[in-house]
Design a protein around this ligand. Sequence first.
Ligand code: PEP
Ligand code: MN
Length: 342
Amino acid sequence: MSGTPARSSLQNVSGGERPERDAQYQRHMEIQSFGGGPSAPAGLVSPVPQRNGAEVGEAWLEQFADSPDVLKSTPEQQTIVSVGDLAIGGGEFVTMAGPCSVETERQLMETAEQVAKHGARVLRGGAFKPRSSPYAFQGLGLEGLKLLAAARAATGLAVVTEVMSADDAPLVGEYADILQIGSRSMENYALLEAAAHTGRPILLKRGMVATVADLLRSAQCVLSHGNPNVILCERGIRTFETVTRNTFDVAGIVVLKEASHLPVIADPSHAAGRRSLVPGLARTAVAANADGLIVEVHPHPEKAWSDGEQSLTFDEFESMMADLAPWCELRALRNHALEPVA
Ligand code: PEP
Ligand code: MN
């Protein structure tokens, strides 16, 4: 098979400066391609053409061939998305938290203060809301953006909020530090283009029926429009399972961390659909070496205008953050141990 940019860049081992790590990477690539070897055990006669291990491995990587710019060319390659003094993908496990929707000044301010106090670095909150029903609350729009900007001024948190239409992208880009592309919009390429052109970092949520390769293709689209600052987000996918709102694809996080240099965060709220499950999923995101979390928090979840069942109370957020702390420490130690030799 001829080498595509994707495959050759993934297999490209950097020069001889770090022989131990290069050897480790080589071994890793061999394991990934199942060790190569003969096409079939000697003597096995099969009517089905047998592919050898290396070909199977190549076929696996081939899935990402459309997205060469988001793939790692060395195992250490990592994009850091800078937002003010915050470095997403830079080692710190970054928590983004806030209500599903911006509802009132009081709701947003109280939430911003509480999540900042307990370690969040970014305030989330939808001003433009994608809803399953057109009769459901659609968001405060510009008024919501202004409240988010006021909460940023009061707390120092950065702001992430969703943009739903290409026409709104410049406006949302004026108020937000990070533009969120929602699950339902992941393949809206006109929106991706307009969002990319604002120059703001893009938080790209995986579509609920999108494969990992589909997600990377959309990320490639943003990069192709000149914006390299993309944060990928696993938020659960539709499967036959009904005990959770979506199925949290932790394997997807591991694959993304292995294949792509872009930061990867997890959204346990939309994956779980129930607040009691959120801290457990968050812990698995830390263990999978995600770069951060985005989680819904509300002062009175039972009264929330959207996604109350999956929103944490302030106390629950505080205890989740305390629970995550030792896991984040372990994650940092492990990543430090794997840092390239200077
Ligand atoms: C949200 O973040 O509130 C949201 C609507 O998320 P998603 O696009 O993942 O459903
Ligand atoms: Mn929500």
